[in-house]
Design a protein around this ligand. Structure first.
Ligand code: ATP
Length: 306
């Protein structure tokens, strides 16, 4: 019976995830490596959203008991504000977003939205208020319009186009011979990482959730794409409670607060200006990234002039 229960559980899990808009297939398979599926409590309530304030309080978490990842993390994302999390690779940044979306449960401490513990509400009601722009968006083998409309299936054609415009992807789509009817995905047009991320942003603009989680792609983007994505994100995160898992420091400059995560604890926190003045870990990450960007651009200029 146990052997049977696991696959059934899994099918139920996959079905729910697909229905609830999780299209990041790789992410789903990552989850398969771990045994526990988060289940709703029998007395789970609907999340009652007021203005979407998030609070992490003394959060502890480990995927594997022998290796703690988060060791007492506390911070708030006030309603409508943006908090960015930065830190070395493997520090546990994406783990924070997975706990908020409740792919896993905290082992100690609490995560609340408008004062309600995420463990006490239904996953459906939780995920309905959160827009997730994942690191790597998997597109359906269907038209671009379908892929964008997935954010809100009742959206009109005009709304789909407006969302694409706000996500800075409309000009690209309109340049395709079939425009919004172009097929994408494995059996259609292959989009670049930056284009896929903008499709995900357009989807999220249509969903219009009060809370947004943006898990930036680690892959390097050229400066122009990065700027386009940045302005798309500025549109989507305006007046929304936003948690950014940032790999590019250019995304975090305007955040209301930056959390620097290292070895499972918050090493530094503050605004960009405060952290630069502090001349600590953030300041050194910033100067290293700036040097890397400058070197890359110089290399590009040399190549272009050849
Ligand atoms: P990056 O900047 O490289 O994306 P991150 O700070 O977002 O890193 P996380 O993805 O949160 O890091 O991972 C934190 C640590 O937990 C890493 O050491 C990672 O190997 C480990 N980890 C992540 N997912 C799992 C999992 N499903 N099972 C076991 N360990 C995991």
């Amino acid at each position: 019976l146990i052997q049977l229960a696991i696959p059934l559980n899994f099918i139920g899990f996959v079905y729910r995830e697909i229905r609830q808009g999780l299209t990041d297939i790789e992410h789903m398979f990552d989850l398969l490596d771990v045994e526990a599926e988060v289940v709703d409590r029998p007395d789970a309530r609907q999340l009652a959203i007021a203005n979407g304030a998030i609070a992490f309080k003394d959060v502890h978490f480990a995927y594997d008991a022998a290796r703690p990842i988060l060791k007492g993390i506390s911070f708030e994302v006030p309603a409508g504000k943006t908090v960015a999390v930065v830190g070395p690779s493997g520090a546990g940044k994406s783990t924070l977003s997975r706990l908020l979306y409740r792919f896993y449960d905290v082992q100690q401490g609490t995560i609340t939205i408008d004062g309600q513990d995420v463990r006490g509400v239904t996953q459906k009601s939780l995920r309905a208020v959160i827009g997730m722009v994942p690191q790597d968006t998997v597109l359906f083998n269907d038209t671009i319009a379908y892929n964008i409309r997935y954010g809100r299936v009742s959206a009109t054609e005009e709304e789909v186009v407006a969302a694409a415009e706000a996500a800075q992807i409309a000009t690209f789509i309109q340049s395709l011979p079939e425009g919004f009817q172009a097929m994408v995905g494995e059996r259609g047009l292959k989009l670049s990482g930056g284009e896929k991320q903008r499709v995900a942003i357009a989807r999220t603009i249509l969903k219009a959730p009060p809370i947004l989680i943006l898990d930036e792609a680690t892959s390097a983007l050229d400066t122009r794409t990065e700027q386009e994505i940045q302005s798309a994100l500025d549109v989507v995160s305006r007046n929304r409670t936003t948690l950014v898992i940032a790999h590019r420091l250019s995304t975090v400059i305007n955040a209301d607060e930056i959390i620097v995560l290292k070895d499972g604890v918050i090493a530094e926190r503050g605004t960009h200006g405060e952290l630069i003045d502090r001349d600590g870990l953030y300041a050194s990450m910033w100067s290293r990234q700036r040097e890397a960007t400058q070197a890359e651009e110089q290399l590009k200029r040399v190549r272009e002039s050849d």
